[in-house]
Design a protein around this ligand. Structure first.
Ligand code: FAD
Length: 385
């Protein structure tokens, strides 16, 4: 059995590793010559971590993950703590730690495990066709590849999605812009073992530790789509948007490197139930694009990969039957994640200002219990709970 995997991002590489783990042959085709991930880092929550552990990546992941022992929300103007609590109860209840990881490190870990030289880079699929015995993918250089089935892990702009769902999917602007990057840890900005978030005015500024003595930082600002802002104006833009914010936020803006800071308009896609057609399955952002507000898009791609392999391994009525079962196991889960993230996004980013103000007030009363139990509910919905 040979699978053609389209896309060499988190989803495609996890799928290829999971399929090889159950004895399938894989060929990975990636559009770009060098992968440049859209964000600087990613928080891998315990549901995702368990999937990477399952793929044999426990030790390398632990070496790359930051120590997020505590979580805190701070007031935007004066920087004082609204709530601060240990992540230990969450870790104990779900049986695994979260690991914030630099994306380049995560990508390199996945590629190295699979064998980077085995990935067919510079191969952009333009269309696919399936028949009774397999699937053929055509690339924009005129070449083609054929396998018994095909995993479309070609991301949020997937060209394969419509052939599976029968319709085009509109990306929905979530209403805010995110800037993210990496910066050396400076404990006058935030503690090195804590996920720290400053909130106010429907905006947020967040710092998470990753390996190599670095913070992953991000800034969120509700803004209209399509503003003419770019790398050259990042510091001035952030200084304007965060004028009057606490000293650590100003220090962070001063410390960032505009050349390595990303600016992204955040989108998602309304969840849809069709993830499979015949011998073709959507995986990762191709099948479910979410806002990053609960940090679950990449984790969901890891879950997809593991469920795909477990389903193929457990059933023997053929590829099409197993892929239908993969779809049945994933459709509700990924819908739930996309909608949960959307809800969180709206509260965090002031869609209804009074709701957001009430949330700021709630944070002052928060012991950690409510926030951690929300996270726990999301995490235990994963396949390796
Ligand atoms: P991608 O990473 O987009 O990879 C798709 C790959 O397919 C790319 O390499 C692309 O070049 C390739 N490709 C595209 N078209 C073609 C084609 N036609 N032919 C061949 N190859 C093609 N998730 C979390 O779990 N935790 C987080 O903390 C988190 N934070 C985030 C922060 C931000 C700002 C953003 C934007 C996202 C965040 N996510 C997070 C979500 C996460 O980044 C995505 O869910 C994840 O990258 C999806 O992986 P993927 O492999 O499905 O897609």
């Amino acid at each position: 059995m040979k699978a053609i995997v389209i896309g060499g991002g988190i989803g495609g590489m996890c799928a290829a590793l999971a399929l090889e783990q159950i004895g399938y042959q894989t060929e990975v085709y990636e559009a770009v010559k060098t992968i440049r991930p859209v964000g600087a880092a990613i928080s891998i929550w315990p549901n995702g971590v368990k999937c990477l552990n399952f793929l044999g990546l426990k030790a390398p992941l632990q070496a790359l993950g930051g120590n997020m022992a505590f979580m805190a929300y701070n007031d935007f103007q004066h920087g004082q703590t609204l709530t601060r609590f240990s992540m230990a109860p969450l870790v104990e209840s779900v049986g695994e730690r979260p690991y914030p990881v630099a994306r380049a490190d995560l990508q390199a870990m996945l590629l190295n495990r699979y064998g980077a030289q085995r990935v067919n880079f510079g191969k952009r699929v333009s269309y696919i066709e399936q028949d009774a015995t397999g699937v053929t993918a055509w690339f924009d250089d005129g070449s083609e590849a054929r396998g018994d089935f095909l995993i479309a892990a070609d991301g949020t702009h997937s060209v394969i999605r419509a052939t599976v769902t029968g319709q085009s999917a509109e990306r929905r602007y979530a209403g805010y812009v995110n800037w993210n990057g990496l910066v050396s840890i400076d404990e006058t900005i935030a503690p090195a073992d804590q996920w720290t978030t400053f909130v106010g005015e429907g905006k947020r500024v967040s710092l998470m530790p990753v390996s190599g003595n670095r913070f992953y930082f991000f800034f969120d600002v509700p803004l209209p789509q399509g503003l003419a802002e770019d790398r050259s104006s990042i510091k001035a833009d952030l200084t304007r948007y965060f004028s009057g914010w606490a000293r650590p936020v100003q220090q962070l803006i001063a410390a960032i490197n505009p050349q390595t800071t990303n600016r992204i308009e955040i989108h998602d896609i309304d969840p849809f139930p069709q993830l499979v057609k015949g011998r073709v399955a959507l995986l990762g952002d191709a099948g479910h694009s979410t806002t990053p507000d609960i940090g679950q898009g990449g984790c969901a791609a890891m879950e997809d990969a593991v469920v795909l392999a477990l389903t193929l391994q457990a059933h023997s009525l053929g590829i099409e039957d197993a892929l239908r079962r993969y779809e049945a196991r994933r459709a509700d889960r990924v819908k739930d994640l996309v909608l949960k993230a959307r809800k969180r996004c709206d509260v965090t980013h002031g869609k209804q200002p009074e709701v957001t103000r009430a949330w700021y007030e709630e944070l002052k009363q928060e012991s950690g219990e409510r926030i951690l139990s929300g996270m726990q509910e999301t995490i235990v919905g994963g396949p390796l709970a």
